[in-house]
Design a protein around this ligand. Sequence first.
Ligand code: HEM
Length: 549
Amino acid sequence: MTESRMAVIDAVLDRLLDELLGLGRLLSPLCSLSVLLQLSALVVLLLLSLRVVCLLWSHAQFTRRLRCFSKPPTQNWLMGHLGEMRSTEEGLQAVDQLVRTYSHSCSWFLGPFYSLVRLFHPDYIKPLLLAPASITVKDELFYGFLRPWLGQSLLLSNGEDWSRRRRLLTPAFHFDILKNYVKIFNHSSDIMHSKWRRLVAEGESCQDMFSHISLMTLDSLLRCTFSYNSNCQESSSEYIAAIFELSTLVIERRGRILHHWDCLYWRSPEGQRFKQACSVVHGFTRTVVQERRAQLLHRGEPESHTDTTGGEEEKKKKRVADFIDLLLLSKDEDGHGLTDEEIKAEADTFMFGGHDTTASGISWVLYNLSQHQDYQDRCRAEVNDLLQDRKTEDLDWEDLSSLPFTTMCIKESLRLHSPVSAVTRQYTKDMAVPGGRVIPQGSICLVSIYGTHHNPEIWPDPDVYNPMRFDPENSKGRSSHAFIPFSSGPRNCIGQKFAMAELRVVVALTLRRFRLTPGGVEVRRLPHLVLRAEGGLWLTLETLEAPQD
Ligand code: HEM
């Protein structure tokens, strides 16, 4: 029984429920409510039974075909590993145990509903991540709940549609473009650091890194994407609140199996809140895109945004193209560009894919360095050496390659605390992995970034923070797929250079200006859409004087 058939049954069920509810309202004055209810219940019951038969059939098929993979013990044959995949500290420790026991992969059954292959070894994930995009599909179980927010964007599209978008979007991430954003990263860090100095002076030196840094990365992204100065680091904004709300609601929905069903979710209070937040976010993006399109038609060229980070004179001189400008101008080989709706979806995706991930990356680097004062001092010395004799503290694009030790510390943190813990895929044909094993077409493959980064076969003492692992000498002979915080292959992260540049600027400036020590609060990891810490990631800040050259 194929997935598509089940999707049809689901769609019919959804539709039917809608129709019945509508019909009920229309006919209730005319006929007995109880007859109508009985009729509805019968039809729904029939369709549900059909759905269950399909599920059990497909479950049996996958169970048979996945026998070549080790299967961790289950509570019973029907429920499988349902409930054992937890988004908590204990859930991550369970993955450690799985990796130690099975070393490369295992099968996983979420009741009779879904079966997965979990992979956590470079040799196993490499053929999957490098597979052509034409046979790779983003599964609906993990990505579907993002669709109402992000639409048919780069992250969620497949096949030819994805290839076209990726071709059109790639130039926007060329380093010639990205180097202009470094000024914005400096400026957003300056705002956050001024706030920190103020808080430390008021005696509030213990701060949750996540909340400050998320606002700072959103601030940067709003400027780079829309040239919008939201002032969000200083005052609240409806748009920012809506973005936070959507991220939380997506996670909540994943955890509630009944809410997986559209027809129930959109009637629930959470579904209503999701709709409301989506309309705020979409309204904002749509307005910017439409205004810029109008300017483009009117003036014949995009109204490049004014660089708001300099003085009045500078503002007049410098004009930097933002992502919206670039997307409006991009054309494929036939001269066709992106429509307004497509640009809106991509901009929403940059905001989603770019702010929390980078904030998580920065926060955990600062956390790891707070635990290792020796590495922190060495990074600080590197930044101070670089900036000595300079008139300003601003870092340039060219400076970023002069921070080798800081970069090693960042990479080791992305290994130990990867912001994205897994990506999932389906394939339109059987996929061979080592050991003569075959992943059947249509199975969900969960490529565990966390598991690969914590695999003791690849990384001895995987829980130890040791930046020297990324010394070029020590990296020789390591698999190209041992370190994959940005995934890899055709569907890797399009924003990775942007993210690495922002990470380097923010970490370098933070260490120059502050000493960080642990906040005295127990840290329990929280793998949500990105890796967070339960109750926040608290560090103590000590303001440092600028070194006298
Ligand atoms: C430390 C920061 C970041 C990390 C760890 C990260 C990680 C990832 C990962 C693992 C993927 C693959 C997702 C999948 O296969 O489902 C991905 C895809 C993507 N990322 Fe990032 N990302 C980061 C920053 C950014 C930024 C700054 C942007 C944009 C400004 C961005 C935009 C995207 C987009 C559009 C995709 C989809 C690419 C495609 O399917 O072709 N990311 N990212």
